[in-house]
Design a protein around this ligand. Structure first.
Ligand code: 13P
Length: 248
């Protein structure tokens, strides 16, 4: 049985005061053994969250990492630095980074390898825009993203990657994909991984992300190929995050 991973992606939200309050509310929350709970925080607040939740089972992660180890890359943070700070998770290839900050498939592939090399669990995001879904090219698009990201990655590393299927039209729009559509795509992703890795694909966690909230999480989590959720807006409030983890 695969575990379920519920991970908050705070994006560029929160400040030290709201983070302090959030952490004090969730530090003792119960997490079932078959659930992984995580929070991917803005890098500046990483250590604050890590320290505040040091007794909790919640995994703390970052939202991005640069692929070079160190050097003249102003403004960037390496996977080595994240590891040094204690990161256990790192989002790679989020659609906002792909669309706004020029993360191409090639860059995403390099970042994925850099994060894996530091023994940090990557959460690799893939997903289509609305026009692609409407014209029926969404599967081709996601297949290309998956094949590119996993190229050059062996079985042992493949097992460590969490994939997040996040249709871009469902992110921050309140428009959640139907549980059936989300399941179809997560199953499709697993079938692509099975062609490359065989049975290993059965152990890879595949999350859904895009307007996940209390009202829709149970239906999504019932699906065979959906192994958790990557949550933006609904993860910014402690009670809501805790309830989402409870419902996984
Ligand atoms: P929302 O949950 O706000 O739609 O964001 C989803 C997301 O992008 C998580 O990475």
């Amino acid at each position: 049985m695969r575990r379920k991973a519920i991970v908050a992606n705070w994006k560029m939200n929160m400040d030290s005061a709201s983070i302090g309050e959030f952490c004090s509310k969730i530090q003792d929350m119960t997490i079932k053994d078959d659930v992984i709970a995580g929070i991917c925080v803005p890098a500046l607040y990483f250590t604050q969250v890590k320290t505040a939740l040091d007794k909790s089972k919640i995994k703390i992660g970052a939202q991005n990492a640069y692929f070079e180890e160190k050097g003249a890359y102003t403004g960037e943070i390496s996977a080595a630095m994240l590891k040094d700070a204690g990161a256990e998770l790192c989002i790679v290839g989020h659609s906002e980074r792909r669309q706004l900050f020029g993360d191409t498939d090639e860059i995403v592939s390099k970042k994925l390898k850099a994060v894996l090399s530091k023994e940090i669990t990557p959460i690799l995001c893939v997903g289509e825009v609305l026009a692609q879904r409407e014209e029926g090219t969404h599967k081709d698009h996601v297949k290309k993203q998956i094949e590119s990201a996993f190229s050059g990655i062996g079985k042992e590393d493949a097992k460590k990657i969490i994939v997040a299927y996040e249709p871009i039209w469902a992110i921050g729009t309140g428009k959640v994909a139907s549980a059936e559509d989300a399941e179809e795509m997560c199953g499709f992703i697993r079938s692509i991984l099975a062609l490359k890795y065989g049975d290993i694909a059965e152990s890879i966690l595949i999350q859904y992300g895009g307007s996940v909230k209390l009202e829709n999480i149970s239906e999504l989590m019932k699906m065979q190929n959906i192994d958790g959720a990557l949550v933006g807006g609904a993860s910014l409030e402690a009670q809501s995050f805790e309830s989402l983890v409870m419902k996984a």
